[in-house]
Design a protein around this ligand. Sequence first.
Ligand code: CMP
Length: 133
Amino acid sequence: MTEKSLFIVKPDAVARNLVGEVISRFERKGFKILKLKMFTFTQEQAENFYGVHKDKPFFGELTSFITSGPVVAAIIEGNNAIATTRIMIGATKSFEAAPGSIRGDFGLGFSENIIHASDSQESFDHESRVAFE
Ligand code: CMP
């Protein structure tokens, strides 16, 4: 089923010049890139984007990291985009993510975990509104 998803190349990956590497994996997989945007999250935008985590103990760390430098947001389209993208990015804790996944190949962090991707249609709707507003 053709579907859209969103991913964000996080500040750690942008700083490490991994933008092209990350985007090219989605292109090579067969996804079409519909939108691309480089920007720096404001505090308000970050709190809105990650609103689902607002009561978590790591919320401050999360928003402070995501606002710490430029990110690249993409909306992609292809078969089963939301679930397939989650498989491609790997486990949240980069140090446990399987080799072959994006986090597994490029990171060791938890907050600093290279990439975010929508995990449901609802999160895609919300996150794409915030990132591309
Ligand atoms: P992401 O996929 O962007 O979704 C929420 C983020 O919160 C997650 O990646 C991690 O970077 C971060 N996160 C989740 N749990 C923790 C935690 N216990 N400590 C620090 N960061 C966390």
